[in-house]
Design a protein around this ligand. Sequence first.
Ligand code: HPA
Length: 245
Amino acid sequence: MKLKTPKIGIIGGTGYENFSLIKKWQTKAIRTRYGEVQVKTGKFGDKVVIFLARHGFKYNHAPHHINYHANIAALRKEGVNYIITTSAVGSMNPQMEPGDLVLISDFIDFTKHRRNTFYGRKPIYTDMSHAYDPRLREKIKEATQSLNVKLHPEAVYVCTEGPRFETPAEIRMFQRMGADVVGMTYVPEVVLAAEVGIPYAALALVTNMAAGISPKRLSAEEVFEMMRKKGAIITKIFGRLIETL
Ligand code: HPA
């Protein structure tokens, strides 16, 4: 019996608004009870890929105003079997330097004003022991190795509310808590994916050292610039990964 070919959802973050291994895309608006989401769909080999720009294709949603519920509900409605994602992160671990790729293994939630569940008031508790799918992570590691790209295979991510960057004191606190990298967007995205049971993984790019460690003022330009430089490597890894799914 031939198994159904999987559908893959890709969520791209700041500066990663295209999966360039696919040339022919169809744009599509997906209606969900949480709102409408624009996606692009295309074929990569025999696999269907649904690409979603986390901040919108016009980069018009700040991290704290992203409609995470609609995004995950849309991918679910499309029937994706996996969600692979990327984003820019700042690093507070001296081993993880700007330009490095990190495979997120766990998270600490410092968001403040976000709805963080699909379940509303229903007392439904979701296990977060393996929020980032171990099998998908293993496959990303293999794809990265096969391309000879350096990867930090474990990284604890702290999610802040944004849109401001962190203070140096906050970064010192996060370091003591065991975090490696910081960003503003994987929560509640990863949580919602877990609630609907879609395996989710995050391959992040370190775009800067975090506040108080970086000698420079933090800026969005620096983040975009690094993503422009390194986005093609993420695309290659995702391509190799999708072939194996
Ligand atoms: N902090 C929060 N989010 C980020 C950073 C940072 O330093 N770099 C890229 N995204």
